[in-house]
Design a protein around this ligand. Structure first.
Ligand code: AN7
Length: 435
């Protein structure tokens, strides 16, 4: 499909051959604009149904010229109906879109497959980003696949271990910055304005386009229906903007006559958008020193704030805040009731739904999709930190006591007598030392 760039504020237009990230005239954000009329006579759903369930299934709606995208088979993630969780939240119709199933374990891969393909099309040799972790992990992997050099700047000491390991192993030049994400982003924006470094933060309009596919997939997975509410964790605010654009397009293309309400969720210590919306401010009310256990969304000056506020207002949604404690409880609840292990930032969507339900923002029976943005194994340290004490058993007798206590009398039959295990003790079982 034909596309060009357009400023969201002054509406100036630019051809896709220009390497720009913001409007050269007024400095505001850019959006990718398509000529949808080309698609009006095509049965899109039928076309899609013949293809693999991944991001490139929707290739007519992606802004690339190449027929050979840089791909790791991203997208096509599960939409899990969460009956047990729904019962606990007094809200039966909860689905979780599990973006941890992507190749590098987060939704960023949907954007990077498009963004890195564009980087190649535009002739770039080096890609760069600032990151709270997942963007760097994803960009490093796609740059490796494409044979491009990759530089990532991350806030020192504030990136989950798994994400850092990913960026390193995929061969990125990892630079630790003494400062937060907002500062690191300022630095890479400056660098990319001076040197030929292709910037792949979500200020890059092409990257965000790949993330619209979350909306298309949810639509197909719900049997060509749109949910009532979509709950999304918000950091730099690109994802909520992209998903909203995707749902609007489904309506524009005549595939549905409804759109969902978008509910963004921020951590209490990093909630600039929630406050900006609440106070109805025309300027972003920045948080100078954002802090939260959900390091992925530890962001005080979201670059896409304008797009995100438009998404929330147009969709008649809102932005709510949750505490770190609520986030960690929600993470454990989702993992222990549904078998889905997501990172703390992602669990913010579950905590957010719990809060929205209790505040009457979501009605019982409405179909809600929570976007779980990244995999729990990205940040194993937080789980261990939150686990007070392990049970450490020395021998078979203790194990027997433990199991009997766990099962309780109701599960035990009269024939199961204590310590009839006949096992060696752990010490007997250990390999003797050679001395
Ligand atoms: C798991 O990696 O900003 O609101 O630099 O990793 O689109 O920014 C990560 C963001 C939610 C917020 N959940 O998405 C980065 C980065 C997870 C994330 C978000 C992020 P946006």
């Amino acid at each position: 499909m034909n596309f060009h760039l357009q400023c969201i504020e002054c509406k100036a237009e630019y051809p896709p051959s220009h390497i720009i990230y913001t409007c050269p005239k007024c400095g505001d954000l850019l959006d990718v604009v398509y000529d949808y009329s080309e698609l009006m006579n095509i049965d899109l759903v039928k076309l899609w149904s013949k293809r693999t369930f991944n991001v490139w299934r929707y290739r007519e709606l992606l802004p690339v010229l190449s027929r050979d995208p840089v791909t790791l088979n991203e997208g096509g993630t599960g939409l899990h109906y969460c009956r047990r969780l729904g019962e606990l939240l007094n809200h039966p119709e909860v689905c979780v879109k599990n973006e941890g199933e992507n190749p590098t374990g987060s939704f960023k891969d949907r954007g990077m497959t498009v963004g890195v393909t564009r980087a190649k099309e535009l002739g770039s040799k080096v890609v760069i980003c600032a990151s709270t972790g997942n963007t760097s992990a994803s960009l490093a992997a796609y740059a490796a696949k494409a044979g491009l050099h990759c530089i990532v700047l991350v806030p020192s000491g504030k990136v989950a271990l798994g994400k850092l390991a990913q960026a390193i192993i995929h061969g990125a030049h990892v630079i630790l910055v003494k400062g937060n994400f907002d500062y690191a982003l300022r630095v890479v924006r400056k660098l990319s304005s001076i040197y030929p470094l292709y910037l792949l933060n979500s200020v890059n309009p092409y990257r965000l386009e790949g993330q619209r596919t979350i909306a298309y997939e949810v639509y197909e997975q719900l049997g060509r229906e749109v949910p009532d509410v979509v709950v999304v964790p918000v950091g730099n605010a690109g994802n909520i903007s992209a998903i909203w654009k995707g749902f609007k397009e489904l309506k524009l293309l005549g595939l549905t006559d409804r759109t969902p309400r978008m509910i963004g969720v921020q951590a209490e210590g990093a909630a600039p958008l929630a406050r900006t919306l609440r106070e109805n401010s025309d300027e972003l009310l920045r948080v100078p020193n954002p802090e939260t256990v959900a390091t992925a969304i530890r962001i005080g000056a979201p670059v896409n704030w304008k797009k995100a506020l438009r998404a929330v207002r147009e969709s008649r949604g809102t932005i709510i805040t949750v505490s770190d404690d609520e986030i960690l409880k929600a993470q454990r609840l989702l993992a222990s009731t549904e078998g889905l292990f997501v990172e703390p930032a992602s669990a913010a969507s579950i905590a957010g739904l719990a809060k929205a339900t209790s505040q009457g923002l979501v009605d019982r029976g409405e179909v809600v999709v929570c976007v779980a943005t990244g995999h729990g194994l990205k940040d194993p340290e937080i789980v261990l930190k939150m686990t007070p004490k392990f049970v450490e058993l020395q021998n078979a007798e203790e194990i027997d006591d433990f199991v009997r206590a766990l099962l309780g009398n109701s599960y035990l039959s009269k024939t199961s007598t204590p310590t009839a295990l006949g096992l060696q003790t752990a010490a007997e079982h250990s390999i003797p030392s050679s001395s």
